[in-house]
Design a protein around this ligand. Structure first.
Ligand code: NAD
Ligand code: GLY
Length: 368
């Protein structure tokens, strides 16, 4: 088992990584509990695979639990999902010192984290991520939220978990498409500030996606260590450090909005295409060597991730896409900070490029 710490002073917490870890989860949860009781929240798919082993492990440590199984899908991260979950937690007699277990992907993690930030004015929670995206990104760092009619993740809070337990073996049941979407977030860490890790991804990405457990473990451990460093440096995204985690997200957000936040394009798939566009836009503006932009496109294409507007299934013009970007929640004083790059592993935040430049670029962006 490997352990990475998110260093936030008195709110620091460990991220444990190891194959088969959920079968021993009780032993890791027990020291956090003031009374031998917890509540597991999960979704239907994940419950079918992992609720029993997690429950058995808690039982073996003498920890009583109840469980709440929510419908699968982004729609659960909603006012309705939040109302149902918070009412259930209160009905279960939750106390402030309790820790709720979020067992699932980013949808469950974000919803449970937000519920736990407000129930009884805040209680504890533990992230047990079961998608690659959640294992390398959303379970770490304390961003929690639900979606509302005006947009995704617009209502939320920063609320850090007390523990993150990552069992890479759970990826064995994850559909290949979800795995690919999570892999885009792995590649992102290389592109932000770690060219050597991007090169590792070029060499090992295909094996990781095909099921190589050593490659999965290495990618997860490397990614969470990077995320832990970034979160410790800029927990609330006030210093342009955590903002780098949004590489590819401004372009990606426009693609997700244009495809209706639907199964047509998963979040990680939009980020993949968005990262290619961010590199190509940087190259078009003389910031990044064109060969670096080509490497990013070629690698993501090689693992069958979207790498262009067309492969993302979007044929809208630049103006329509830029209109979505203008509504991004990262807009500051009317300006949209973009994460651009001087090359692989050399990303930075800038407000120097107006949406007019983005529109012109998208209208002429490479077709494939
Ligand atoms: P998800 O939680 O919807 O999970 C994807 C699908 O995989 C679901 O159908 C789920 O039931 C299924 N699943 C999960 N684990 C499984 C397993 N081991 N085996 C079989 N099926 C499994 O999606 P996601 O991609 O994990 O998360 C997306 C969400 O994460 C979005 O709402 C996004 O906004 C959020 N997010 C949050 C952050 C953050 O920092 N908080 C960062 C990135 C994304
Ligand atoms: N996933 C972006 C962040 O945690 O800041």
């Amino acid at each position: 088992m490997e352990s990475v710490t998110v260093d936030l002073g008195s709110r620091s917490y460990p991220i444990l990584i190891g194959d088969g870890l959920i079968r021993d989860i009780g032993a890791h949860v027990a020291p956090l509990l003031k009374r031998p009781r917890t509540m597991i929240v999960t979704d239907r798919n994940v419950a079918d695979h992992y609720l029993m082993p997690v429950g058995a492990s808690l039982g073996a440590e003498g920890i009583g639990f109840s469980s709440f199984v929510l419908p699968t899908g982004e729609g659960t991260k909603s006012w309705d999902g939040l109302a149902r979950l918070t009412e259930w937690l209160i009905g279960e007699g939750i106390e402030r010192s309790d820790h709720v277990i979020a067992l699932g992907g980013g949808v469950i993690g974000d919803l449970v984290g937000f519920a736990c930030s407000i129930v009884k004015r805040g209680c504890g929670f533990i992230q047990v991520p079961t998608t690659l995206l959640a294992q390398v990104d959303s379970s770490v760092g304390g961003k929690t939220a639900i979606n509302v009619a005006a947009g995704k993740n617009l209502i939320g809070a920063f609320h850090q978990p007390a523990l993150v337990v990552i069992d890479p073996a759970t990826l064995g049941t994850l559909p290949r498409r979800e795995l690919g979407a999570g892999y885009a977030e792995v590649v992102k860490y290389g592109l932000i500030d770690d060219a050597a890790f991007f090169a590792w991804c070029e060499d090992h990405g295909a094996a990781l996606l095909a099921g190589d457990s050593a490659a999965r473990h290495k990618a997860i451990a490397h990614s969470v260590a990077a995320k832990a460093r970034i979160v410790a440096a800029d927990e609330r995204e006030t210093q342009d450090v955590r903002a780098l985690l949004n590489l590819g997200h401004s372009f990606g957000h426009a693609l997700e909005a244009e495809t209706g936040y639907s199964n047509r394009l998963l979040h990680g798939e939009a980020v993949a295409a968005g990262m290619v566009l961010a590199h190509q836009f940087s190259a078009a503006n003389g910031l990044c060597p064109p060969e670096d932009a080509a490497r990013v496109r070629d690698h993501l294409a090689s693992v069958e991730l979207p790498h262009s507007l067309a492969s993302a299934g979007v044929n809208s013009g630049g103006a329509a896409l830029a209109a979505h970007m203008a509504h991004d929640k990262k807009v500051r004083g009317g300006k949209l900070p973009l994460i651009l790059t001087r090359g692989i592993g050399r990303s930075f935040v800038t407000e120097d490029y107006g949406l007019d430049k983005v529109v012109a670029f998208l209208d002429g962006s490479p077709a494939a």
